[in-house]
Design a protein around this ligand. Sequence first.
Ligand code: AMP
Length: 224
Amino acid sequence: MVTAAAPMHLVMFGRPGSGKSSLAEHLGAEFGYQLIRTGEMLREAVRRGDFLGARVENHLARGDLVPDELIFELLEINLKSPQKARLLFDGFPRTLGQVELLDRFEKKLGFAIDCFVDVVVTREDSVARMTGRRVCPTCGATYHLLAKPPRLPETCDIDGSHLEKRKDDTMEVVSFRQKIYEEQTQPVINHYLAVSPEICRSVDGGQSVDAVYAETCRVLGVRR
Ligand code: AMP
């Protein structure tokens, strides 16, 4: 059940490997959030091999951010009637330029973000987690070999696909993505803390999966 105070339009931040995508999936399933996951949309475009996929493939492989103009194109296609749905943005906005994009979408499409959640983990923890991460190539569900293992080894609980390690979860790319996060995404959080502190929340992502989820529900004001 969702209380009256539950946010309609939510943004989740966190280092790569903070566990925010698993949290987003869990919240989506339990409270009916539609997930807007730019990383998953981009990987899907690469899998389809379409025009957008061809332009973003190298950025994803390097662990670099995709240019803001392409993120704009992606959201123009995928963000339909956001004012009607309970939305959760996972992985957007990631740069100060994308903060402006989000402002523009909010005005144009008539919705407003009412909560920003930062899932805080140390760089060391997040690197350790990324190396154990596995994803489903079919539905995008994420697992972790130790923290959130699938029921059957290397097999997606949802659709039975064989799980894969992401190409950008190699040690070299993982370190680079941490640097990009600190340089380009951390300023986004600082921006919202400065302009909208009343809707910013933070969660200690260093706890067990269940404890992080419980704390997230508490800061969102949702009852389970
Ligand atoms: P994620 O699945 O959120 O960890 O994203 C995987 C990769 O997709 C990132 O390393 C970037 O290359 C790209 N990406 C995802 N979201 C964005 C975004 N909002 N802006 C730029 N690049 C993004």
